[in-house]
Design a protein around this ligand. Structure first.
Ligand code: DQA
Length: 138
């Protein structure tokens, strides 16, 4: 059974309540349940943190045993050399996902420090971005 971690960064715990016009009104917990049903052949794990170092610790923890990480690093995407280094340091491939189309938004969201170290990027498909990323690992 493939092991895949969905890893969400800062403010993504507020999905459903946060700027619904941009991020929708679905909570991540209920969406994750749907993913679990859809991908019953996968051992799907989920972790969310608002703390940069905790995201890095999680990448280290799974990064030599899991088959894939689907990472929405939120705003850390645009700022974090440390998360970019962690992705480079581990063996497990990471896919960067975004709910919104970051390239249709402010200029500061166009830069991803993670991009050179990830397998690929899926941006702008709403919560379906996560689903597409999981599919690509199968
Ligand atoms: C986001 C886009 C980021 O720019 C933003 O900081 C987020 C969410 C997205 O999923 O669209 O927190 O990663």
């Amino acid at each position: 059974m493939k092991k895949i971690l969905v890893l969400n960064g800062p403010n993504l715990n507020l999905l459903g309540k946060r700027e619904p016009s941009v991020y929708g009104n679905h909570s991540f917990d209920s969406y994750f349940e749907e993913l679990g049903k859809k991908f019953s052949e996968v051992e799907l794990h989920y972790y969310q943190s608002n703390v940069e170092g905790e995201l890095i610790n999680k990448l280290h923890e799974v990064g030599f045993t899991f088959d894939g990480v689907v990472l929405n690093a939120g705003a850390y995407t645009h700022t974090s050399v440390a998360i970019a280094d962690a992705i480079k340091a581990i063996e497990t491939p990471v896919i960067e996902v975004h709910i919104s189309n970051v390239y249709a938004r402010e200029q500061f969201r166009h830069k991803s420090f993670l991009a050179p170290n990830v397998k690929g990027i899926i941006t702008g498909f709403g919560l379906q971005s996560y689903d597409l990323a999981i599919q690509s690992f199968l």
